[in-house]
Design a protein around this ligand. Structure first.
Ligand SMILES: [Zn+2]
Length: 320
């Protein structure tokens, strides 16, 4: 019996190929909508229109522009993400080292103490990345939004190792009509990738940089709502980035075999949001059982197991 188990456990449960993390939380692709600069039109138009359609987005706020703090708190309560877009939105050129830290760290401290959860994502003002900004951004965040990623890649694939502190985004432009945005969404779906839209104003030019015409914005939201119902993952920037970064950590962890158990251990990046749960499947479906913290994971109706990234360990046991 022991011999059989000894042979069966590793053989049946595999060695490093036992589990598969499903990309994009088991959706075909991911889209993140991000809104910059804490413009009033975002509270008055974007948030109600998003809420109506159960779409969740990210708002990268400039702390000095947060005049309606209670309204912004409600945005977070409604399930949207608040991200750090610096204290006063300066160009990094000409800032002293101390000012660079203040722009990121003071803004974070203000946001952390005025919002419910810690703010762990950043968007660079003007998408300009200096060495000083980069240093402080890495220290206080787990992901940051840039303009265009490495090699001008605007779409992040689930098997890529992107620069977590310069994740790409596509800015909206007043001249673009709905078909342009539709093509971005369709392209993400066609290559099973993630892309992030960067939005400032909505409507007339007084509402912010390169405003997206209101009718175009509404058409985009309607389209995202339809695609979300069909399976597209429309989620805040930080939520998608955390899932992908946790997935990459698990995939790079080396399993260890002992006493017929296969154990995968990993460390959490610091800082990192709490409560990230990955959807995983087993390759040897009925022969293996998964445990975290001594508790067996239960398979959901969709055939996936909920893997807690916080647990930092997964034990895979052959079924006796
Ligand atoms: Zn900005």
């Amino acid at each position: 019996m022991l011999l059989v188990l000894g042979l069966c456990a590793p053989a049946c449960c595999g060695q490093g190929t036992t589990i598969k993390v499903l990309p994009w939380d088991n959706h075909p692709a991911a889209i993140s909508l991000t809104f910059d600069d804490a413009r009033p039109v975002q509270l008055d138009v974007a948030v109600p229109e998003l809420n109506k359609r159960h779409l969740h987005a990210t708002f990268f706020v400039i702390v000095s522009k947060l005049t309606r703090l209670d309204d912004w708190r409600k945005v977070q309560h409604a399930g949207h993400e608040i991200g750090n877009h610096s204290l006063t939105h300066p160009h990094p050129d000409g800032l002293s080292k101390g000012d660079e830290e203040l722009q990121i760290e003071d803004a974070k401290r203000f946001l952390d103490s005025n919002f419910q959860s810690d703010i762990l994502t950043f968007a660079y003002p003007y998408a300009e990345i200096s060495a000083g900004f980069s240093y402080w951004v890495k220290r206080y965040n787990f992901a940051a939004r840039g303009w265009r990623g490495d090699n001008n890649l605007l779409y992040v694939a689930a098997d890529n190792d992107p620069d977590w502190y310069n994740l790409p985004s596509q800015p909206t432009n007043t001249q673009y009509d709905f078909d342009v945005y539709k093509s971005w969404v369709d392209h993400a779906l066609s290559i099973n990738a993630w892309t992030t839209l960067q939005i400032h104003g909505i409507g007339d030019v007084s509402t912010g940089y390169e405003p997206i015409p209101t009718a175009t914005f509404i058409s985009l939201l309607n389209y995202l709502r339809v695609e979300q119902d069909k399976g597209l993952w429309v989620a805040p920037f930080g939520e998608v980035a955390a899932y992908l970064r946790a997935q990459r950590v698990i995939e790079k962890s080396q399993p260890q075999l002992a006493n017929q158990d296969e154990t995968i251990r990993w460390d959490l990046p610091q800082p990192f949001p709490k409560g990230v749960v990955l959807k995983v499947t087993l390759r040897g479906q009925d022969r293996c059982r998964l445990f975290q913290g001594g508790h067996e994971l239960r398979r959901g109706k969709d055939g996936t197991y909920p893997l807690s990234f916080d647990a930092k360990e997964l034990v895979i046991r052959g079924r006796a």
